[in-house]
Design a protein around this ligand. Structure first.
Ligand SMILES: C[S@@+](CC[C@H](N)C(=O)[O-])C[C@H]1O[C@@H](n2cnc3c(N)ncnc32)[C@H](O)[C@@H]1O
Length: 358
């Protein structure tokens, strides 16, 4: 096993870039939205790293601080708490972040283990936190006990974005020495829940879905999205980025970002050749017929707001542009009536507009 501070672990790879793109794009959307209602916003980086990669690319805390700096007029205070347990990485983190000082951004670096530090913070704040985004980005699967994720999500206005290390989990799935760490990660005993007869794809889906189920049922997250990131130049999965929230607006922001970063409605990144596919989007990328069929079947005879339609069908891989296109088509076909309440023009469609399915 390599030490966490080993240089090989601080190389900036393609899959890291993908993770950072999602993080950065989400923070750019999330900070101004929250800033409208809350003066104070918190970002927690549970596995902060060195602050900067060997290549000079910024680490996640730097990305968060720089995004926040760009939106300073939208909030009163942005608190960025960075947790890192490795002494060498921590020293580097502190030195890197000392160059990023801005009046409205408070940086708190804590040397320690994610679960211990978060537990102490939760006790200290007594379950009251400003709206908070937790980025939880371990190397493997230990150090992320499910109980802590559950505690975080039990606090109002918190969301988590987790690197779920599928490749490592699968590799050590049957190793007796890792069962305790795996059970802690999932918050349940996993051995009996994953049949040995599954194909590798079925097993992968079952492992991911078990974690999603735990987030929804045991930790009470209303919405969970997953984004698959494959190995460099290979189709095999390296990890899933898993986002859990109770907030519809956050869900729709992240869903759009994941949709735009994936290809063909698939929330996944399939390695460098994926970029070429993205430049030439497939004709089928925007096939909205399944959404049309779904809405007609599900909502016949009902009147709902635009937001309610999106919320009741949130698990489908469709985003705003699809809903708008489909509802406009249905209006032209006289299958729905639209009463514009919040949209500014009759061409637009937004949250409180009422749609009656005939
Ligand atoms: C994948 S790296 C983080 C990369 C960083 N989030 C980024 O995107 O730039 C994981 C980091 O977590 C640290 N780490 C490992 N176990 C930890 C724990 N239990 N608590 C806090 N940090 C830990 C490692 O030393 C390493 O620096």
């Amino acid at each position: 096993m390599l030490e966490d501070s080993a240089p090989k672990k601080s190389v900036y790879r393609e899959h890291t870039r993908v993770k950072h793109v999602l993080l950065e794009k989400y923070l750019k959307a999330w900070i101004p939205v929250l800033g409208k209602y809350h003066s104070r916003i918190c970002y927690f980086d549970g596995f902060a790293g060195r602050g900067e990669y060997e290549s000079g690319d910024p680490g996640s805390p730097v990305i968060a601080i720089q995004v926040a700096h760009g939106f300073e007029k939208h909030f009163g205070e942005f608190v960025c708490t960075n947790i890192e347990h490795d002494p060498d990485a921590f020293k580097n983190l502190e030195s890197t972040l000392s160059s990023y000082q801005y009046p409205k951004i408070k940086v708190v670096n804590v040397q320690g283990a994610f679960a211990d530090v978060i537990e102490q913070i939760i006790v200290k704040v007594g379950g009251e936190l400003a709206p908070s985004f937790f980025f939880i980005d371990p190397f493997g699967f230990s150090g992320v006990p499910f109980g802590i994720i559950k505690d975080i999500l039990s606090i109002q206005r918190t969301e988590v974005f987790i690197t779920f290390m599928y490749h490592d989990i699968n590799r050590f799935l049957r190793t007796p020495q890792t069962q305790t760490a795996l059970n802690a990660l999932f918050g349940t005993t996993i051995s009996g829940q994953l049949s040995s007869l599954l194909t590798s794809r079925e097993k992968e889906n079952a492992i991911r879905d078990l974690y999603v189920k735990q987030l929804r049922e045991a930790a009470g997250a209303r919405f969970v999205l997953t984004f698959r990131v494959s190995m460099q130049n290979r189709r095999r999965t390296r990890y899933y980025l898993i986002y859990a929230t109770n907030h519809f607006k956050g869900l729709m922001l992240m869903k759009t970002i994941m949709y735009n970063q994936g290809v063909g409605g698939d929330f996944s990144y399939l390695g460098p050749e994926d970029g070429a596919r993205r430049i030439q989007p497939s004709f089928f990328d925007d096939d909205v017929q399944p959404l049309k069929d779904l809405l007609l079947a599900r909502f016949k005879g009902r009147t709902l707001t635009y937001n309610q339609i999106e919320e009741e069908t949130w698990e489908e891989h469709f985003v705003d542009k699809h809903y708008r296109a489909v509802l406009k088509e249905l209006e032209n076909d006289e299958k729905v009536c639209i009463k514009h309440v919040s949209s500014k023009t009759t061409r637009g469609l937004s949250g409180k507009d009422q749609i009656s399915f005939l």
